[in-house]
Design a protein around this ligand. Structure first.
Ligand code: NAD
Length: 255
């Protein structure tokens, strides 16, 4: 069993990691958060006692096999500077300094970093690039995403990356939304559109629209635990790797 420590333990993702770990052959042995210090991690996550107290001290992560980090940029930055064991990090919005600290850490230890730990999205990126390459210029590429009404940024980072996967292969320019007399669609663009409503966890579709036919590649997230499942897959994978910066494509053997 991989022995994992969690940074950001009291947050939404940290608690999800605790819940999913038992299904995934992963043993939680340490938990760090500035919130809920002293609370038992398992009880905080509603899965019963784990006998792992939430600590505010990063030092409790020294003796774990892998640290899984879903915290906030400042906490992740401190982790990257201090940690001596492999890290799986999902924290987003890193500053330039924190990104540099992560890259420096990856010269000493293995680090998996991914803005989206969904296994399905990781495969979608690869399929999107391959489909766009195979179908070529006769097929117009468009990306549509939908998320719940509380999401404050648009389009999603995943939609941006999906559009990039196609744009890199086909040399296209992303266009975010269209309104007014925009004229006929140039072949050189890829449209990206964001829908918002209800409690939609996250949906992304790539359209490749040709004459007389259309290919659609869709990923639907129905449950936030999917990110924890992907991160814990990375945690099981990272043991014994050489120092370096990896992502979910490495974890899933897609490179
Ligand atoms: P959250 O706000 O619910 O949890 C963050 C936790 O980190 C909080 O409990 C907070 O107390 C703790 N924390 C912050 N600073 C700390 C510090 N200095 N020391 C100790 N603990 C500290 O957020 P969340 O929804 O769980 O998301 C966490 C991060 O993961 C965000 O950056 C989010 O964007 C990212 N995220 C990534 C993925 C992915 O697949 N890569 C998926 C979901 C969320």
């Amino acid at each position: 069993m991989t022995r994992v420590g969690v940074l950001g333990a009291a947050g939404r993702m940290g608690l999800s990691i605790a819940r999913v770990a038992t299904e995934e052959g992963v043993k939680i042995v340490a938990a760090v958060d500035r919130n809920r210090p002293g609370d038992d991690f398992g009880e905080a996550a509603g899965i019963g006692r784990l006998d792992v107290p939430i600590s505010s001290d990063l030092a409790v992560l020294q003796d774990v096999e892998v640290v899984v980090d879903f915290s906030l940029p400042d906490a992740a930055d401190a982790l990257f500077r201090e940690c001596k064991v492999p890290i799986v990090t999902g924290t987003t919005g890193l500053s330039a300094e924190a990104t540099q600290a992560r890259d420096d850490a990856a010269t000493r230890i293995p680090v998996v970093a991914a803005p989206n730990y969904s296994q399905g999205v990781t495969v979608l990126f690869h399929l999107a690039a391959e489909a766009a390459r195979l179908l070529g210029e006769g097929f117009d590429a468009e990306v549509v995403e939908m998320h719940h009404r509380r999401k404050v940024d648009a389009p999603s980072g995943t939609a941006v990356r999906l559009a990039e996967c196609v744009a890199e292969v086909r040399g296209l320019t992303p266009v975010h939304g269209r309104s007014g007399q925009v004229g006929a669609r140039p072949a050189s663009e890829i449209g990206v559109l964001a829908l918002r409503g209800g409690d939609v966890v996250g949906e992304h579709t790539l359209f490749l629209a040709g004459l007389g036919e259309r290919l659609e590649l869709t990923h639907r997230a129905t449950d936030r635990h999917l990110f924890a499942r992907g991160a814990l897959r990375a945690a099981r994978w990272i043991g014994g790797r050489s120092p370096g910066l990896y992502d979910m494509s490495d974890v899933m053997g897609l490179r």
